[in-house]
Design a binder for this molecule. Structure first.
Ligand SMILES: [Zn+2]
Length: 269
């Protein structure tokens, strides 16, 4: 009897332990669910916060209108380009909604300037002046020289489309100018077109204070880069009497500038 009684008591004790384990197990599951809910809540919080907070970034969605183009003087346009270049140097470019700008600009264009730049891949013209869709015309040719087609493009930009500034933009470390300085014989390599281009730059390669150097002389090369920009401007005035006349009547400004590859700064001449 006593043995049976002990067996029953043992069974009861085992049952009690099993029940306790079940309760602990259920409590662990409830605790686990609670913690995972809390975790989800804590992940969601910042997303909800971000959605409700207004963005502080100013995103430009508009493009230049005919009215805005007409209201700006040449001096104001140059000032804005200089301010834009400061933004570029400070890595503070304006945020733009290109999709919206593209949609609006499809109707027409009223750019404020035309920039003639070298083809160099390290001179991103629009970025250099913090500009976007519809802001400027850009013509590019190695060594930023002029030719009939480039001048025709400038006449279209200014006389027809209303731009009030022409900028001839040279840049430091220009390969085309360097080869012109070193008198590279491109023709001997069968590159007649490139030779013609270098011949356009060659006349400005003259001694500086009695010293003729090669392109390894950075100071001399920079001097020739400046001279080349000035020559292009003189050629534009000579070959386009209409633009020259507009400049004399203060309707247009033709200016030179040099982009510094290392600093990002544009020096207006
Ligand atoms: Zn170049």
């Amino acid at each position: 009897m006593k043995l049976l009684s002990n067996k029953i008591r043992l069974q009861d004790t085992v049952k009690t332990h099993v029940m306790r384990l079940k309760v602990i197990f259920v409590l662990i599951i409830i605790l686990g669910v609670f913690i995972s809910c809390k975790k989800e809540t804590s992940v969601e919080k910042p997303i909800l916060k971000d959605e409700t907070e207004p963005t502080k970034e100013v995103v430009v969605k508009s493009v230049l209108t005919a009215k805005e183009q007409a209201s700006m003087s040449s001096e104001e346009i140059i000032n804005r380009l200089q301010e834009g270049n400061e933004n570029f140097v400070n890595n503070n470019l304006t945020q733009r909604d290109h999709s919206e700008q593209r949609r609006i600009a499809a109707i027409g264009q009223y750019p404020k300037a035309i920039v003639l730049s070298c083809v160099d891949s390290r001179v991103p013209v629009e970025d250099v002046f913090d500009l976007g869709i519809g802001d400027i015309f850009v013509a590019r040719v190695a060594g930023n020289i002029e030719n009939k087609e480039i001048i025709g493009s400038m006449e279209f930009a200014t006389v027809v489309a209303g731009s009030k500034v022409v900028i001839v933009l040279g840049h430091t470390a220009c390969g085309a100018v360097k080869h012109a300085i070193d008198n590279t014989d491109a023709a001997s390599l069968g590159l007649d077109a490139l030779q013609d281009l270098l011949n356009e730059i060659r006349p400005v390669v003259k001694s500086k204070e009695g010293v003729i150097a090669n392109s390894k002389d950075e100071s001399f090369t920079n001097h020739i880069i400046h001279q080349n920009v000035k020559k292009t401007i003189a050629d534009i005035r000579e070959k386009s009497p209409k633009m020259k006349e507009m400049e004399q009547n203060d309707i247009l400004k033709i200016v030179g500038a040099v982009y510094n590859m290392k600093t990002g700064e544009v020096e207006f001449l």
